[in-house]
Design a protein around this ligand. Structure first.
Ligand SMILES: Nc1ncnc2c1ncn2[C@@H]1O[C@H](COP(=O)(O)OP(=O)(O)OP(=O)(O)O)[C@@H](O)[C@H]1O
Length: 347
């Protein structure tokens, strides 16, 4: 399998600090690959190795069939690297536009080293601005635009050299929810219409849920979990992933607000996550009917992942040890992912 981005055992150290430790991420053409994690997890550092804006300390970097870095050194000349970088557009949290230049000049800036003549550059810029819905504002200055519009200009500029890859580093973090959604919709459309491969770095799980098909979760420079979004979401293994997905954080807040105290001897709290397309039975009712346990639903939520509804519940089951074991196996037989949750979440 040839990957469009192949990061193999990549590490980056700054002195004693292991910003990225032995990370392997493989991105296929057409993926929207979400890289999530809290601030300082190493996301930006990792992603900057893709175009060697950050040189790795170890590992191999292959992009679009070319090995850029291997055996501790760059495998391309700086001229070749410059060319390869044109195949990788980037957008950032703070847009990085030239404030003294018009919208169209900001986009044209990315084409100043191209072979196109002035007329062709202008035509190309209008085409790009049309693509992002900003043709009418070509002669405006960035300060005259909303944050969402400025990010659109940055996207048009990032696409000027027809890259196969777009790296989005917290591109929606400075935007309000409405502008965030519009930018995410635009990225998804570009992914579908142009076949653009997107690497989406963010601390916002909602952004990933909306448009990514694959995800890597980073913590302390390492990838603690990765795979198809649906799989990671339905079967979160690492504790951090459970915080990002499956509504754990929201649930914990809700449960605390109820002031439920501590769990009784026969009580067990479970987090259950299921695909609302495949699980149509009321599992709570089945637990009561088949195992005879008391079940209280403390938290419930259905979210849409891409196009698929996924449900999360926190249920409190009262029953003896044997019944609790039956509960777990029954839930699993319904293709429901079930995790025992420490009762401490209630306190
Ligand atoms: N050039 C550098 N020199 C020294 N340390 C650095 C450098 N760049 C990043 N770091 C450190 O590496 C770690 C990872 O930073 P990085 O920016 O990759 O994290 P992140 O997950 O992208 O977080 P954020 O979203 O806050 O940028 C941090 O501890 C950061 O301080």
């Amino acid at each position: 399998m040839a990957y469009i981005i192949d990061l193999d055992h990549v590490s980056v150290t700054f002195g004693d600090l292991h910003a990225v430790s032995d990370v392997t991420i493989k991105v296929e053409k057409g993926d929207v690959y979400g890289v999530v994690g809290y601030s300082g997890a190493g996301k930006s550092t990792l992603v900057r190795t893709i175009n060697l804006l950050q040189l790795p300390t170890a590992g191999t970097i292959e992009v679009a069939g070319t090995t850029l870095f291997k055996d501790g050194q760059a495998q391309v000349t700086s001229k070749e690297l410059q060319e390869k970088r044109r195949n990788i557009g980037m957008i950032f949290q703070h847009f990085n536009l030239l404030n003294e230049a018009t919208v169209i000049d900001n986009v044209a800036f990315a084409l100043k080293h191209s072979d196109l003549d002035d007329d062709a550059i202008e035509a190309k810029c209008y085409e790009l601005l049309d693509l992002v819905g900003l043709k009418a504002k070509a002669e405006n200055y960035p300060v005259q635009l909303s944050g969402g519009e400025q990010q659109r200009v940055a996207i048009a500029r990032a696409l000027a050299n027809d890259p196969e890859i777009l790296i989005s580093d917290e591109a929606t973090s400075a935007l309000d929810p409405q502008n965030t959604n519009q930018i995410l919709d635009l990225l998804k459309r570009l992914n579908k219409e142009l076949g653009l491969t997107i690497v989406l770095i963010t601390h916002e799980m909602d952004a990933v849920k909306k448009i990514a098909n694959k995800i890597a979760v980073m913590q302390h420079g390492q990838v603690v979990e990765q795979g198809k979004l649906r799989d990671v979401y339905l079967r979160p293994k690492a504790e951090l992933t459970r915080q990002f997905v499956g509504g754990s954080l929201a649930a914990a807040e809700t449960l605390k607000a109820f002031n439920l105290g501590t769990l009784g001897e026969n009580e067990q709290l479970y987090q259950v996550v299921f695909s609302a397309q495949t699980v149509t039975k009321s599992v709570i009712l089945e637990l009561y009917k088949q195992v005879g346990v008391d079940v209280s639903m403390l938290y419930g939520n259905i979210e849409v992942l891409g196009d698929e509804p996924v449900g999360t519940m926190f249920i409190l089951v009262t029953g003896d040890k044997q019944q609790q074991a039956q509960v777990e196996s029954l839930l699993k037989s319904y293709q429901v992912e079930v995790t025992k949750v420490d009762g401490g979440i209630l306190a």
